[in-house]
Structure formats: structure tokens, C-alpha cells
Design a protein around this ligand. Structure first.
Ligand code: ZN
Length: 314
């Protein structure tokens, strides 16, 4: 078992829920809802639900409304509502275009930098489409920055925001694993109802939800099937591992052989918001209620049925 990262645990205790506004290096994340670390075998994380750009550093060329198209609006609140205090929901306090916690640390486009990066870089296919660790494009053909970024600024985004977020998630997963002998981590996102030119499924209408585990690598396959079946039974159109397979958060934190399972769930924004106006609609309440049945059934099942509880240490 991995020991709980005590620094991350301390920062988690100090974290507060502040839905939007400026970002600060001292608070790279917060806990949505009121469940404590280790309260459940379930852990949720929402890396893209912070809307606003920080006031410090290089300002984006793109207007806020363009940046908001990448915002997983209200996903932190949606899952915190669904969790009903049963399980912790970690959320990032930084805009995903500022630095994306769901990309590898070295997934950097060198053309964004004012000088060479001192270590080797491994840009992904998504990075080539403008969506690496640091975004190059905010929308197809719309650049984020007017000029290259200083290497030190990119480095600071990694050490001040990206690393603390991953450490906090690792701390929550370890706390659940210590308490229950296993952890099911669900990485929570929203998707546009139709992909744009930067997406692998450009122009295609998307299902209600996509559940993924990097094509079987980041969780027990039974867990993925169980989640897909539960959501389908509620009337949602659900796909597994297509068009999304999952990215860095499930890749890094999902270690099924060690009882640490990670799934990604993408929810179609049209289910709960007006995508053009960035406004929530009535569907939010029903969706939160439905997801609440998933959280409750999974939490109960993991405690009592799917895996027998670990004996309490005396
Ligand atoms: Zn997302």
C-alpha cells in the first residue's frame, strides 16, 4: 500500500470550495461537497471545472467566451451533489487551458515556448491538435497566445498547479485504499454535444455519456461494464471507450493490479446546460439525481458486495 501523502492531506484539509474566480499557487484545488478523505472506496476528480483565467502571468489572446468552450461547467457541483457527502470530489482551481491536469507532464508543444525546454518532450496526438499540457489553440484556428511563453512560466504552472493537483488526488486515492483495501477513482468530465475540428470525432453527435478505462488498462473490466449498465438502465445512451478512451488522470492513477481502479466519465453538456449561452438548465437536477443513484449503488456495492470489506485493524 502507498502511504498517504501527508503534505497533500494537509492541503486537502485547508482547501475550500470557491466555485470561480482567480487562481493562486497556494490553492491549486479544492474539495467540492463535504466528504472527508477515506470516507468511501470512491474518489471523484474534476480537473476542468474551473472557469476563470488567473490574473497573473501571460494573459490569453482569446476572449473568455472562447476559453469557456473547454470548461467542464458545473461538473464539480454535479458530482458533489450526486455524491451527497458519501465520497470526496476533488476539483482543480485553475482553467484547463492554463494547464491541463489531464495531460502528461511532458506533453508540451515546443513551438509554444520562447526558449528550448531543458528536458526531452513527448507531445501527444492531442498536443498536435493544439490541446497538450499547455494549449496552443482555444478553438480550431484560434491561437491562445500572441507570443511564445517563457519556459519559467510554464515550469511554474507545472509545479504550482499541476503537481499539487495530482498529489492531492494521489492522497485521496491512497486514503480510500488504506481504509477499504481498494479504490475506484472516477475522473469526471463534460463533452460538447458535437465535436469540433480539434476533436477526433469532429462534426459527429455524441452519446449522453462515455465511460472509459483506456481500453481496459486502468480498471477491472467488470467495473466499466457495471457502470455502463447502470447508466444505460436509467435511459441514457452510453458508450464505452469511444470516442474517448481516457487520458492522463486515469493513466497515471489507475493501477488495477493494486486495487486502484480508474474510470473516466464524459457527460454530454446538452443534458444539463445551454452550451451556447453557458447556462445551466432544468436537466441538471435530474442528472444529479440519476448520478446519485450510481454513486450510492457503487459505494454500497464496493463496501458490501463486490468486494468484501477489509477487517478493521485492532
Ligand atoms: Zn474535461
Amino acid at each position: 500500500m502507498t502511504p498517504i501523502n501527508s503534505q497533500a492531506a494537509t492541503r486537502l484539509e485547508a482547501a475550500q470550495t470557491r466555485p470561480q474566480g482567480d487562481s493562486h499557487p497556494a490553492q491549486a484545488f479544492y474539495l467540492a461537497g463535504d466528504a472527508a478523505p477515506g470516507a468511501s472506496p470512491l474518489v471523484f476528480d474534476s480537473p476542468h471545472s474551473w472557469r476563470d483565467w488567473p490574473s497573473s502571468g501571460t494573459a490569453p489572446l482569446a476572449p473568455p467566451e472562447a476559453l469557456w468552450t473547454g470548461w467542464d461547467a458545473w461538473i464539480d457541483e454535479l458530482w458533489a451533489t450526486a455524491a451527497q457527502g458519501r465520497a470526496p470530489v476533488l476539483a482543480a482551481r485553475f482553467q484547463r487551458a492554463f494547464i491541463d491536469a489531464n495531460r502528461a507532464r511532458d506533453d508540451i508543444d515546443a513551438s509554444l515556448l520562447a526558449s528550448p525546454w531543458p528536458e526531452p518532450l513527448t507531445p501527444s496526438a492531442a498536443c498536435g491538435r493544439g490541446m497538450g499540457l499547455i494549449r496552443r489553440l482555444v478553438l480550431p484556428g484560434v491561437p491562445l497566445y500572441a507570443q511564445p511563453l517563457p519556459v519559467d512560466e510554464v515550469r511554474a504552472r507545472i509545479t504550482d498547479y499541476y503537481d499539487p493537483y495530482h498529489q492531492a488526488l494521489e492522497g485521496l486515492i491512497s486514503a480510500a485504499h488504506v481504509a477499504f483495501g481498494l479504490c475506484v477513482h472516477i475522473d469526471c468530465h463534460s463533452m460538447k454535444s458535437v465535436g469540433n475540428g480539434m476533436n477526433v470525432d469532429a462534426g459527429k453527435a455524441r452519446p449522453d455519456m462515455v465511460v472509459s478505462n483506456l481500453a481496459g488498462q486502468t480498471s477491472d473490466p467488470f467495473l466499466l461494464r457495471w457502470v455502463v449498465q447502470h447508466l444505460s438502465s436509467l435511459g441514457y445512451q452510453v458508450q464505452a471507450n469511444h470516442p474517448y478512451q481516457g487520458a492522463e488522470l486515469v493513466r497515471r492513477h489507475g493501477r488495477p493490479a493494486q486495487g486502484r481502479h480508474s474510470l473516466q466519465i464524459e457527460i454530454n453538456r446538452a443534458l444539463y446546460m445551454d452550451e451556447a449561452r453557458f447556462e445551466r438548465h432544468d436537466g441538471f437536477e435530474r442528472l444529479a439525481r440519476d448520478l446519485g443513484t450510481l454513486v450510492a449503488a457503487l459505494d454500497d456495492g464496493l463496501r458490501l458486495t463486490l468486494y468484501p470489506p477489509k477487517e478493521t485493524a485492532k
